[in-house]
Write a protein that binds this ligand. Sequence first.
Ligand code: PMV
Length: 350
Amino acid sequence: MRAEDGVGVVTESRRGSAVGGVRAVAHPNIALVKYWGKRDEGLVLPRVDSLSLTLDIFPTTTSVCVVPGAVGDVVRLNGVPASGEVLGRVCGFVDLVRGLAGSSERVVVDSVNTVPTGAGLASSASGFAALALAAVGAFGLEVDARGLSRLARRGSGSASRSVFGGFVVWHAGSGSLVEADLGSFAEPVVAAEMDPALVVAVVDGGPKAVSSRVAMRRTVATSPLYGPWAASSAVDLVEMRAALVAGDLEVVGEIAERNALGMHATMLAARPGVRYMSPASLTVLDCVGQLRRDGVLAYATMDAGPNVKVLCRQVDAEQVAKSVREVVGDGAVHIARPGRGAYLLPEDDR
Ligand code: PMV
């Protein structure tokens, strides 16, 4: 990323080296047309365009504080010092921002995440969107929304979409790697007034057995279904955008469900297969089918985990949540509405 790509340096006085640093908040997003498969792992360039809805629940709040003279970065997640792969991933991302700022100063990152981490509920999306916004502030970089989305993408692909609120499209980018890097950003999509809600059924809040990174790589390399799904996903995206413009939530739901089930089919057909769906997930899918037969607009989507998100109208959300609650036993059910994009907390709150 270069200055002409929407990145500049602001004055020293606006940097986050004071106690408390710079704090940012971001929310998870749930893809209705999925991102699955990378074209380039280093640059986190996806093979397909995707489209999501940013939620108003499970925010991540992250502060980044530059500590002049410190010898290493400190990363705390929910108050606990991070280590191993997580620490490496966060520090690698901070290195990227440091490089853009021409700085070698170390930081303290404090991230408080309210979403069950690693459960296919896009904790990395809110996490890296908040980190990107806080880190550019702490290092005194001035980045426009597109630049921020491209930067967040490097932490976790889906984080590029959490920079924005509501319905968001993430362009895969095309051409050479340099061109694709410039063209791979998210932006809000035009949508008519609708009253969407997502009922989130957490059937298992524990970490997933196979990371989305590994599962994507295996799917692209070995699944005979990947190519056909990617081709049909491009059609899904065009049709989904038209349905959003028309304000037709039923069609949005139909497309979301077929796209997600197709994505899971590609993984099931990988060698060896990756299965995120559990018996509890299938029970929720059955419940969603029954709701539809009962005349309620309800469509399911699932990510890299066993949890199920049900797209419905806000007026039906309580009823959908009640039906889902009856079948998930010990699982938790949350109602989400469209949420806002990533934002900085005012200095008074820091
Ligand atoms: O951003 P990642 O690497 O965690 O990938 C997330 C991929 C899915 O959640 C399964 C789909 C999507 O588009 O968010």
